[in-house]
Design a binder for this molecule. Structure first.
Ligand code: NAD
Length: 260
């Protein structure tokens, strides 16, 4: 379905980004991985996807907290592959504290990586996608792009901002062959959430298993984690022709979290 297409996934050395990258590669897309981590481990991931899926897989370590680096990632990919068809803005970080104790540096870091990076990437990719008359922009927002929770001021603000950015870009690209949508996952058991589970386990002196159950019971009626593979399927659907008229919207994959 995606043979001959080129996809960039920011923050794809782990978790959701990696899961989505694998699903798009299975459908034949060439992939540009991005994110931090151990160089040997990243190379293993890169060559593994290339071998298993028979597609080209490149890695670019651009830092998504720097606007110029984000723009460079898009430009370098277009130079290297001659095109860019799919941009998945996924890189993200989390930090929790009450608003009056929230460190300013963490506020800026979260806004830069979780929101501004998507702006820079989209601004650079859109002219190219419009010229091709085909493009798919998928912003990995969150249930926290639609509703709030305590102690997540920066994250919730950034994710609501990302849903807003999605609407504007959907409108500005309407009818051009380019679509822009947000995917809003509930809890997915990745390193980002594992840290939060560990914090709760430590605070409440309970096991990891009990803390995991607790976060699901608090927010996610299905009581089951969403998987990166399921999110890959959602992104693949948005890249299909069935989704040609889906734009500017936010799709929840959250086990019922935001239905409450
Ligand atoms: P993760 O920690 O497993 O992965 C984050 C990825 O982003 C990693 O590859 C990391 O190296 C990369 N990254 C972090 N800072 C970066 C930077 N400055 N430049 C480039 N790459 C950087 O987290 P995840 O859970 O897979 O989260 C991915 C996205 O999904 C995030 O935007 C997150 O907010 C969102 N999300 C996660 C959940 C969840 O429950 N895990 C739920 C909703 C939304």
């Amino acid at each position: 379905m995606l043979e001959g297409k080129v996809a960039i996934l920011t923050g794809s050395t782990s978790g959701i980004g990696l899961g989505v990258a694998k699903e798009l590669a299975k459908l034949g897309a060439d992939i540009v991985l991005n994110g931090f981590g151990d160089a040997a481990e990243i190379e293993k991931i890169r060559s593994g996807i290339e071998r298993e899926c028979g597609v080209r897989v490149a890695y670019d370590g651009a830092n998504m907290s720097e606007g110029e680096a984000v723009r460079g990632l898009i430009e370098t990919t277009i130079e290297k592959f001659g095109r860019l068809d799919i941009l998945v803005n996924n890189a993200g970080i989390q930090y929790t504290a009450p608003v009056d104790e929230f460190p300013t540096a963490k506020w800026h870091a979260i806004l830069d990586i979780n929101l501004s990076a998507a702006f820079h990437g989209i601004a650079t990719a859109v002219p190219h996608m419009k010229k091709q008359r085909w493009g798919r922009i998928v912003n990995i927002a969150s249930a926290h792009g639609l509703v709030g929770s305590t102690h997540k001021a920066a994250y919730v603000a950034a994710k609501h901002g990302l849903v807003g950015l999605t609407k504007v870009v959907g409108l500005e690209t309407a009818g051009s062959g380019v679509t822009c949508n947000a995917v809003c996952p509930g809890w997915v058991r990745t390193p980002l959430v594992e840290n939060q589970i560990s914090n709760i386990a430590a605070q409440k002196q309970i096991t990891q298993k009990e803390a995991a159950k607790e976060i699901l019971a608090e927010k996610q009626p299905s009581l089951e984690f969403v998987s990166p593979t399921q999110l890959g399927g959602t992104v693949a659907f948005l890249c299909s022709s069935a989704a040609d008229q889906i734009t500017g919207t936010a799709i929840s994959v959250d086990g019922g979290w935001t239905a409450q």
